[in-house]
Structure formats: structure tokens, C-alpha cells
Design a protein around this ligand. Sequence first.
Ligand code: ACO
Length: 330
Amino acid sequence: MAANERNARITGLGMYVPPKVMTNQDFEKLVDTSDEWIVQMTGMKERHYIGEGEATSDLASRAADEALERAGVAPEDVQMILVATATPDMLFPSTACLTQTKIGAKNAFAFDICAGCSGFVYGTVIASQFIRAGTVDTALVIGAESLTRFTNMTDRGTCVLFGDAAGAAVFQACEPERGLVDHYIQSDGKLGDLLMCPAGGSKKPASHETVDANEHTIHMIGNKVYVNAVRMMSDSVVKVLDQQGLSGDDLDILFPHQANIRIITSVAERAGLPMDKVYVNIHKYGNTSAASIPLAMYEALEDGSLKEGMLAGTVAFGAGFTWGSTLMRW
Ligand code: ACO
């Protein structure tokens, strides 16, 4: 296929969640909260926690192994690996390089994308552009997070929200009628302070003081993030459909980032989508950041909600702020 005649599509999906489960009842013993509050305000019931000695690249490589197997692609045939994560194994080397070694993808180039919860949407766009340009035939995009390593377990406003997971997708060149139809991605650093991990970087290196002040954990002004998430996510869905002259009626299924069931229902309403077209699995995993969309796609494919020929959308919003959406002909 000549470069200008081809598109990029997902040919295999994989997911991994660590076995340890934290229920709402477990949090009732840790902070002043209740199962009723968490379910009503977030839609979450359980989330998975990374194990002792495990790292983000361990989750990423397990999801990647499965995605490659399902796509029928050998690790040495992968040319590009993107790991979308805000919770890397370490500052450097990248989690993508560490994952590359674990899965044996010795012929790939690899790098991380730090776009918070929007990382998988960004990764989809970047990988697809490399494939469309003819530079790469096979790419692996992985959303992998261990947010519970950076959670203040005494802060009820954040500790109940996050879970650990990885979701992986193999992207390959395909005929122009399938795969990525369109995308819309944006960032705005102005409001970045509303959602951040303040210390551990060059601005505020780790010290006894930063540890004592809990500055290596997620700091979030939840209600302000919420308002922005609803606005940016619904605008993104409308925008990407509009770019194609389409409306909510034309979309068969939407995979929104799973941050809060109330955000998801508001986005659906504002984008003119009935909830039966919107995939939700937040009750099982909580907010897994960059992993949540591939996790949802994986489960939708397994349970038959995602079928060949469907027009599928993704939409996310995360730290940065970053946001965006994609349309894919499945
Ligand atoms: N249990 C009980 N009460 C709680 C809890 C809890 N777990 N958490 C907060 N509250 C209380 C607050 O203390 C506050 O009490 P007060 O009125 O006595 O002060 C009250 O609930 C209301 O707090 P708000 O923060 O205003 O509640 P809100 O309706 O905004 O819901 C929530 C909080 C669920 C965190 C919501 O703001 C949210 O989901 N925000 C978005 C999070 C998100 O989308 N993050 C996305 C990106 S994450 C990433 O990129 C890594």
C-alpha cells in the first residue's frame, strides 16, 4: 500500500489488572467515607492495586503480550512503542523502553507520552500518523498507570478514585476505509495546577520536607477538574463529529475516559448521545487514567458491544490539561 492510500487500525487489544482489589468498604476503614457516597458521586465500586515489587512496565508488558498475541504479531515485528503514562517506573529511562525489553520488541523505537488521562487518545493519533506517513507498519500503543503509588491514602477527596491497570493496542496499516477516521486533540497548561503531583521533578526535587508534606502524591481540586472535564470532553465529541459532518446519531459506540459516572453521563447528554451507546466499566476499575479507554475497548470487544463496521469514538480529559477525541471505523 502506498503511504497516501493507507490508514491505521487496531488489530489486537490486551489488558492487565493486578489481582489485589480495593472495595469501597475497604476505604470506609481508612477514611471518613461511605460506599453510598462513592457509588453516588463517582460510580465506582472496586479498583485494582499494583502489587509489591511490581512497576508500571510490568502491567504494560502483560497487556502488550496479550495484544500482540491477539493481533498475531511477533514482538520483533513491532516498529514503534508508545507508553502513555503519568506514573512511569522512574524518571528515566522511559517506561516504553523498559517495556520494550520485557516484551522482546528488539526492533522498535520507544518513548513515553505524558498526557495524563488523555494519553491513549494522544497515542492513537501519534501512532496513526506514523503509519499513515508510511514510516511504520506496526505500532504498539499502551496506556499503563500505577496511580495508587502516588495516592495520599489519608485524602478522601482523591484516594477512593484511582486504580492501577494497563491496556494495549496493536495498530497496523490498513485500507483507507477502516481505522482512524478523524481526531481532535488539545492542551492548555494554564489550569495545570488543578491536578498535579507537585514534587519529585526538577522544580521541587525529593527532600524530607516534600515527603513530610505529601507532595509526591496526587493533588487535585476535584470540583474544578470536574467542570472542565465535562466541558472539554463534550466539546471534543461534538467537534470531531462535526469535522466529518456527522452527529451523535452516526456514532455507534463511545469509549469515554472513566473518571466519574456523572462526568460520563453529562458528556453523553451534552453530545446528544443516549447512554446505551456509551461504554461504562468504571464500577470495576475506578479511574485508571491512560489505561481506561483501551480497557473499555477490550471489554466491549469481548462482550460483543464493539463489532466490525461500527463507528467508534473515544474521548478523554486529563492532567495538563489535555483533552481530545478520535473516531474509528472498526
Ligand atoms: N467521601 C465522602 N465525602 C467526600 C469524599 C469521599 N470520598 N470526597 C470528598 N468528599 C466531600 C468533600 O470533602 C466535600 O465536603 P464538604 O462539603 O463538607 O467540604 C463534599 O464531599 C463535596 O466535595 P466536592 O469536591 O465539591 O465534590 P464533587 O461533587 O466535586 O465530587 C469528586 C468529588 C468525585 C472528586 C469529583 O470532583 C470528581 O470526580 N472530579 C473529577 C476527577 C477527575 O476527573 N479527574 C480526571 C483526571 S485524573 C488524571 O488525569 C490522573
